[in-house]
Design a binder for this molecule. Sequence first.
Ligand SMILES: *Cc1c(COP(=O)(O)O)cnc(C)c1O
Length: 430
Amino acid sequence: MTPRPMTALNPFHTRNGVLHAESVALSDIATDFGTPCWVYSRQALEEALDDFQQELAGLDALVCYAVKANSNLAVLDVLARRGAGFDIVSAGELKRVLAAGADPQRIVFSGVGKTAAEMELALNTMELALNTGILCFNVESAPELERLNAVAGKLGKRAPISLRVNPDVDAGTHPYISTGLKENKFGVAYDEARALYRQAAALAHLEVSGIDCHIGSQLLDAAPFAEALDKLLVLVDQLAGDGIELQHIDLGGGLGIRYSDADVPTSVHAYLQPLLAKLKGRPLRILLEPGRRLVGNAGVLLTRVEYLKPGEVKNFAIVDAAMNDLSRPALYGSWHDIVPVAARAGDAAKWEIVGPICESGDFLGHGRELTLAEGDLLAILSAGAYGMVMSSNYNTRPRAAEVMVDGREAHLVRRRESAEELYALEQRLP
Ligand SMILES: *Cc1c(COP(=O)(O)O)cnc(C)c1O
């Protein structure tokens, strides 16, 4: 990786009164590609990955981007070209990363519900790639170990595995995105992990390779990561005593980003240094699975105000993006900053920023102080992660276009769907 030269400008910045992505005005993108539209910055993606790579320089380490955060092929390609591997959770994501040119040896497979067919596909990926294979299956239960062993045996292969251990630490994040507590469905219980490793080591078609954990998402504080690592390292030493030497440790993802001024996320440096200090001198390859941190602040959702409906109790600004595009506000009550692409003069009012969908939960922001007129463009910030990937076709709304800006160029990286495509797979009764 060649370090990117220090750039003076934030990838998203205002120039001549207009919000830009790199050197392209978002107003031009709206004109050329329409709204609603997702806009990603290649520079922002690369800088976010570089933050990790720089801390890991000289170490045997691999950043496996959690594909589920944003799986557009162009995003995967940009990150792969800069040295990222991938953390996948489905056959679909496996096909995607391979389509983006990923090296199977840089793919780890997570998830609580891997089907036999998905396991087979991942094991067969080995042959396509000159017998190298995916790097690791992150196994989340005892029955999954048994199933993977059976599937690998049937194919005459050995599957590399790690156990996703649930360290039972409280990540202090939203209950829907906290994953490292005993009550969560993820991972194997800490107290059961040692016995399960012995069971795995005895299975003929598995190769015990590592250990992993993932304790939650949007963590702003580094302390829970260190707490989880301490618990994992106790287990690593116990396993060594049992004759099970692990090759790698996968610390998962979960590092948070800034959504509003209320969020002060820890730097990648402050997150990684304590972890790397604990790992120093251990012959363990280090894997990380960041998702949101790599893509969240690298994307915005561009939308246009269709109608203003001032009212006695609330003022509604009805925009052309909706909860089917960005579901996080409706789903988790998440905050996204919403800013005008070109600020206009005049008195600000408090607006409910809502979409056209027939649900009261269809909002993108509550009570935002803005000066608005019909036809204005708004940018919903920090929308690069868990945005497009969680969008739906509710109300038969075609998914929005995705555009990636690279310097002075804006590239269409997924065209807008058409309504006809949405019902093309359906048919009437004979
Ligand atoms: C979702 C997920 C990640 C990425 O989480 P972020 O909070 O986006 O960093 C990493 N690993 C696993 C197993 C996940 O499920």
